[in-house]
Write a protein that binds this ligand. Structure first.
Ligand SMILES: [Zn+2]
Length: 441
C-alpha cells in the first residue's frame, strides 16, 4: 500500500471543504460585459448571427442576438471584436496535465515531488486555457494532485480550464501504464475501494485501463480487466452520478466494458464498426485521441526523446486507429473530442485540440459535426449541457474568437486570438491590455 495515503487524503478533503467557501458575487453587483461587432457561428447548422451582441452578466450569457435587437445595458464594458467569429470554448475530454511519457521526459521528472507535480500541472492547465480549451476532463492523473489544481483554479488562484477530474487510473497489476504496474488494483473489492476513495476526493469520472496501449508492452488486443472488476467500478461510480471512462485498444475488452455499463471509451485503436454500433446502442461515447497516432505526433514524440520502441508502436497503430475513427463516424456513435496530448501542444502547425478536430473533418465529419464533438455534444457527455457548450442565454461565457467561420472549415480554429472563460478575458492578442483591465475589475 502507499505510504501517507491517509494524511494526503485529509489534506485534500480539507481543501475541498475550503473551496466551497468562495462564492461568486451576487448577480446584482456582477460586472456586465458586452461583445460587439463579431458574428456568432451556428453549431446547429443554420445561419450565423452577423454583427452580434453578446451580453454577459458575471459569468453567464444573459442576452445574444443581432445588433439593434439586443439592449446594451448602461455601464457595460464593451469588447469590440469586428470581423471576428465567436464560438464556445473548446472542450477536450482526454487531457493529462501531469503527462509523463517514456524517454527523456520520464527521466527529467523522475524525482518530482507532489508539490512539483501540482505546479507543473497548473502551468499546463494555464497554457491549455490560453490555447482556447476552456473545459477538460482528466482521465488519469497521478497522486491526487488534480483535485488541488482544480480547487485552486476554481478559487481563481490559477488560470485554467474547468476541470472534470478523474484521479489515477485503476490498473490491474501488469496492465497499461507508462511504467510497469507491479502493485495494481486487482479484483472487484480493490476496485470498489479505490473508486469510493476517488469519489470522496471529488472525482467526477473514474478511469479504468482495460487493455494495453501505446506506452505499455504486451498485446493491445487482449482484455486485461475482468468484467467483474469493470462492474465494480461502474456500480460504485453510478450510485454517485460519477461516470467511468475506459482506456481501450481491444475489441474484447470494449465488448466486456459495454456489458459492464462503462460510459466512455478512449483511443479504441483496433475497434471496428460492429463494436461502435453496439456502443451506440448502449449510449456509450467514443473519445478518439486520434492525434496521438498520426503524423503530427511523431515530431512531438521525437522532441521528448521517446524510445525507438515507442515510435515503432505509434507507427504500427496509426493506420488501424484511423480506420477505427472512420468506422466510428460511419456508425453514428457519440463522439467527444479528446487529444491525450496537452491541448496547447504544437501539432502540424496548430495545437493538439485544434488538430484533433481537423482530423475528425478529414476522416469524414462535416465541419459542424466536428465542432460539436468539442462543444455541444461534449457538454452532453459531461451532463453539463445546461451550463456549457453553446453561446446561448444561461450558459457560462466560455467563448473563443476566430478570423473565419469554423462551420465552413475547422481550419478556422487555427486563428484563435481571443479566449474568455466565465465572462473574464484571459487572452486578447490584438489588445493584451484588455486582459489586464478585465482582471482588475
Ligand atoms: Zn491518456
Amino acid at each position: 500500500m502507499q505510504h501517507g495515503r491517509s494524511s494526503v487524503l485529509k489534506l485534500v478533503v480539507a481543501a475541498v471543504a475550503l473551496a466551497g467557501v468562495a462564492r461568486p458575487a451576487a448577480a446584482q453587483d456582477a460586472p456586465v460585459r458586452v461583445i460587439t461587432g463579431a458574428s456568432v457561428a451556428n453549431l446547429e447548422g443554420g445561419a450565423p448571427i452577423r454583427d452580434a451582441v453578446v451580453v454577459i452578466t458575471g459569468e453567464r450569457i444573459t442576452a445574444v442576438g443581432p445588433a439593434g435587437k439586443v439592449d446594451i445595458p448602461a455601464g457595460a464594458t464593451e469588447i469590440r471584436l469586428p470581423g471576428k467569429w465567436l464560438m464556445p470554448g473548446l472542450m477536450n475530454m482526454h487531457v493529462h496535465f501531469g503527462l509523463r511519457l517514456p524517454g527523456a521526459m520520464m527521466q527529467e521528472t523522475a524525482n518530482e515531488t507532489d508539490g512539483g507535480l501540482a505546479l507543473r500541472m497548473a502551468e499546463n492547465a494555464r497554457l491549455s486555457l490560453l490555447a482556447g480549451t476552456t473545459t477538460v476532463r482528466t482521465p488519469g492523473e497521478a497522486r491526487d494532485a488534480i483535485f488541488a489544481v482544480k480547487s485552486s483554479i476554481d478559487r481563481g488562484e490559477h488560470l485554467g480550464p474547468r476541470i472534470w477530474p478523474a484521479a489515477r487510473a485503476i490498473i490491474p497489476t501488469g496492465g497499461h501504464s507508462s511504467e510497469p504496474v507491479l502493485d495494481g488494483i486487482d479484483g472487484p473489492d480493490e476496485v470498489r475501494a479505490e473508486t469510493r476513495r476517488q469519489i470522496l476526493l471529488g472525482g467526477k469520472w473514474v478511469k479504468i485501463n482495460i487493455s494495453r496501449g501505446l506506452a505499455s508492452t504486451g498485446k493491445i488486443a487482449a482484455a486485461d480487466m475482468t468484467i467483474e472488476e469493470m462492474r465494480a467500478a461502474t456500480d460504485i461510480a453510478h450510485r454517485q452520478d460519477v461516470k467511468v471512462a475506459a482506456h481501450t485498444g481491444s475489441i474484447q475488452a470494449t465488448l466486456d466494458a459495454l456489458e459492464a455499463g462503462v460510459d466512455s471509451f478512449e483511443h479504441g485503436y483496433f475497434l471496428n464498426e460492429d463494436v461502435f454500433r453496439k456502443m451506440k446502442e448502449k449510449g456509450g461515447w467514443y473519445v478518439p485521441t486520434i492525434v496521438v497516432s498520426q503524423a503530427g505526433a511523431m515530431e512531438f514524440f521525437r522532441k521528448i526523446g521517446s524510445t525507438p520502441f515507442y515510435l515503432a508502436r505509434v507507427q504500427m497503430v496509426g493506420k488501424s486507429h484511423w480506420s477505427a475513427l472512420q468506422a466510428a463516424i460511419k456508425s453514428g456513435v457519440n463522439i467527444a473530442m479528446g487529444s491525450d496530448q496537452f491541448p496547447f501542444e504544437p501539432n502540424e502547425g496548430t495545437v493538439a485540440s485544434v488538430r484533433e478536430i481537423e482530423l475528425y473533418q478529414q476522416a469524414g465529419m462535416t465541419p459542424v459535426q466536428a465542432l460539436r464533438t468539442a462543444t455541444v455534444n461534449t457538454a452532453r457527455m459531461l451532463g453539463a449541457e445546461d451550463d456549457l457548450g453553446q453561446i446561448a442565454v444561461g450558459k457560462y461565457a466560455d467563448i473563443i474568437a476566430l478570423d473565419a467561420d469554423p462551420t465552413l472549415d475547422t481550419r478556422a480554429l487555427r486563428t484563435i486570438s481571443v479566449v474568455m472563460k466565465g465572462g473574464t478575458l484571459v487572452r486578447h492578442d490584438a489588445d493584451p491590455l484588455a486582459v489586464v483591465r478585465d482582471a482588475a475589475r
